[in-house]
Design a protein around this ligand. Structure first.
Ligand code: SAH
Length: 207
């Protein structure tokens, strides 16, 4: 099978199994995951599992990116902050729905950030802004955000990050140290978060 056929097979399987929205499925169909991993990993790019991307980090499994994209209920034009750019794949999926120029992503490892910028540019997602730095600080210059998501686990949503979500906006991420739960918080007008749990997950830790 070629990459396109493999990707189609994976996405249609996920679409049925996870009951994905048409927007999420279309975004997954559009982004060539194999282009975001090293040559030796490309054969595994359409298996539903995490893959190493260097510096001890991993790209999340496709079903996890799909579930998070669905839970964020993204719409075109929404301003989105991602904490943990990694290889840039998840940011590209987000950009398919909201538009690249609305996506801001922070990556701790300079090497990963540089590589992600290069790949995103090559794949036509050069409008995505990537900053090297500590995601705990969010990206205040571009706040407030309609949506914020973490691709690394924290014991709690960092306060600066939660502060940068607009009222009525959503923050999503893996919360916990040993056992992590995917938590979605909707920002109330008093600034607090209305939280919902969405099952056990495993992500690399926020540093
Ligand atoms: N969304 C990514 C998945 C990356 S894995 C993708 O599609 O590839 C999580 C990433 O979070 C790693 O790249 C890791 O370096 C990064 N990370 C960890 N702690 C961080 C922090 N404090 N600030 C920003 N990024 C962080």
């Amino acid at each position: 099978m070629n990459c396109e056929d493999e990707r189609e097979a994976l996405v249609s399987q996920l679409q049925t199994r996870e009951n994905l929205s048409p927007e999420t499925a279309a975004a997954l169909r559009a982004v060539p995951r194999h282009e975001f991993v090293d040559e030796p990993r490309q054969d595994s790019a359409y298996e539903d599992r995490p893959l190493p991307i260097g510096n001890g980090q991993t790209i999340s499994a496709p079903h996890m990116v799909a579930i998070m994209t669905d839970l964020l209920e993204l719409q075109p034009g929404m301003r989105v902050l991602e904490i943990g750019t990694g290889c840039g794949y998840h940011a590209a999926v987000t950009a398919e729905i909201v538009g690249p120029e609305h996506v801001y992503s922070v990556e701790y490892e300079p090497e990963l950030a540089d590589q992600a910028r290069e790949t995103l540019e090559q794949m036509g997602y050069g409008g995505i802004s990537v900053r090297t730095g500590d995601g705990r600080e969010g990206w205040p210059e571009h706040a407030p955000f309609d949506r914020v998501y973490l691709t690394c686990a924290a014991s709690e949503f960092p306060s600066a990050v939660a502060d940068q979500v607009r009222t009525g906006g959503v923050v999503l991420g893996p919360i916990g140290s040993h056992r992590q739960t995917l938590v979605r918080g909707k920002k109330r007008s008093d600034g607090s978060l209305d939280r919902e749990k969405h099952g056990g997950v495993r992500f690399v830790p926020l540093r």
